[in-house]
Design a protein around this ligand. Structure first.
Ligand SMILES: Cc1ncc(COP(=O)(O)O)c(C=O)c1O
Length: 389
């Protein structure tokens, strides 16, 4: 049996390889401090679970959702949330679309815009889906390096004008995975001007806007003047409400882009279990009353960053996201260094190269650590790393 050629272009999914290394270490009886995948370790707030249980007992949720954009209660709650949280107006009748998690939306967007040979502008290092989905659609990702000296923002002026003219899609993500960097509204204003000049659809992946520290509030790309004319933003319940396993998010913004994405989706999926939509709507409408894990993440961040800096590392404290992104000592590749951390210290971190060529020289450590109550596993990681020297 021969699978499609397009599959040959795809490198192994980084986290599958990490899962294998982790399983091996655990089988050997190692006590791992797992700073690998960014998957909230705290439970979904109980009121959301209660709402799910009630909705799941209502037979109307047991059938296909035949609405055009997604279960009305969810779509309206998402529109109200965009208005309340960012001051952004989006029409529930065509400017918002339910996603089965933002990963799915990001991947399908490439199918809606990229024909064989088309260019998409993709940041590097980055969440791998932007690049791989472009390749799966037969397109050519053009890499926008995210460099530390520019605060991990792409240099739009460095994109050659013939590339910009040919590009159809640009992916961005702030607060950023893996660097933890944030973007200002002024940066988004520049993106809008650039995209308008070159007629590019912008997709801002906003999965981490609600994971922020020290009072920082991440802005929405859609709050920039003219943004809705050229792009969309993808939001996710995953990190905001500890709901990664539930698989729900939404795309909001330009009506034509939402429609194009929906044209793909309505041919490959049949929306989400409506009880999940209803429970998520509750979360969006009651965000401020629900318990969140931000105080715990912030404590972990401080223990990790202050602890590593105290033993001679130079680590910047991220204002947002679930990640600490840090340079590794000269003379190692990120894979070798992560291997050494795993084998000699029992600390699992992700090698930066897994996020693209500009991730080399870095590792990513996640603040979502199963079994950690109050930062003690992060302290354990720091102690073990300190012992390594
Ligand atoms: C930058 C980024 N975007 C999107 C996602 C996908 O989130 P979801 O659970 O909504 O598919 C992730 C998940 O880790 C992510 O890191």
């Amino acid at each position: 049996m021969r699978s499609a050629k397009r599959l040959e272009k795809i490198p192994p999914y980084l986290f599958s390889e990490i899962a294998r290394a982790k399983a091996k270490a655990l089988a050997e009886g190692k006590d791992l401090v797992d700073l690998g995948i960014g998957d909230p370790d705290q439970p979904t707030p109980q009121p959301i679970i209660d709402r799910l249980c009630r909705a799941a007992s209502t037979p109307v949720t047991h059938r296909y959702d035949e609405t055009p954009w997604g279960w009305q209660e969810f779509i309206e709650a998402a529109a109200a949330w965009m208005k309340r949280r960012f001051g952004v107006e989006v029409d529930p009748g065509g400017e918002i679309l339910l996603l089965i998690g933002s990963k799915e939306g990001l991947a399908h967007l490439s199918w809606a815009y990229i024909d064989p040979g088309d260019i998409s502008l993709v940041p590097d290092p980055a969440y791998t889906v932007y690049k791989i989905s472009t390749m799966l659609a037969g397109g050519a990702p053009y890499i926008m390096p995210l460099k530390e000296e520019r605060g991990f923002l792409p240099d739009l002026a460095a994109i050659p004008s013939d590339v910009a003219r040919a590009a159809k899609l640009m992916f961005l993500n702030y607060p950023n995975n893996p660097t933890g960097a944030v973007a200002s509204q002024e940066f988004f204003d520049e993106v809008v001007a650039f995209a308008r000049e070159y007629d590019i659809v912008v997709c801002h992946d906003a999965a981490y806007t609600e994971v922020a520290y020290d009072g920082y509030k991440a802005p929405s790309f859609l709050a920039s003047r003219g943004a809705k004319e050229i792009g969309i933003e993808m939001h996710s319940m995953s990190k905001t409400f500890n709901m990664t396993g539930w698989r729900i998010g939404f795309a909001a913004g330009n009506r034509d882009v939402v429609k194009a994405l929906n044209a793909i989706k309505s041919n490959v999926d049949s929306k989400q279990f409506p009880a999940i939509d209803i429970a998520s709507a509750y979360g969006l409408l009651h965000q401020d009353e629900l318990e969140n894990a931000l105080t715990l993440y912030q404590r972990r961040r401080d223990i990790l960053v202050d602890g590593l800096n105290a033993v001679g590392w130079k680590v910047t404290k991220p204002k947002a996201s679930l990640y600490v992104w840090t340079r590794i000592p000269e003379g190692h590749t990120s894979i070798d260094f992560a291997k050494r951390l795993l084998e000699e210290a029992g600390v699992l971190a992700v090698p930066g190269i897994g996020y693209g060529q500009y991730g080399e020289g870095y590792i990513r450590m996640s603040l979502t650590v199963s079994g950690d109550q109050n930062g003690e596993r992060l302290q354990e990681a720091v102690n073990r790393i300190a012992k390594l020297g």
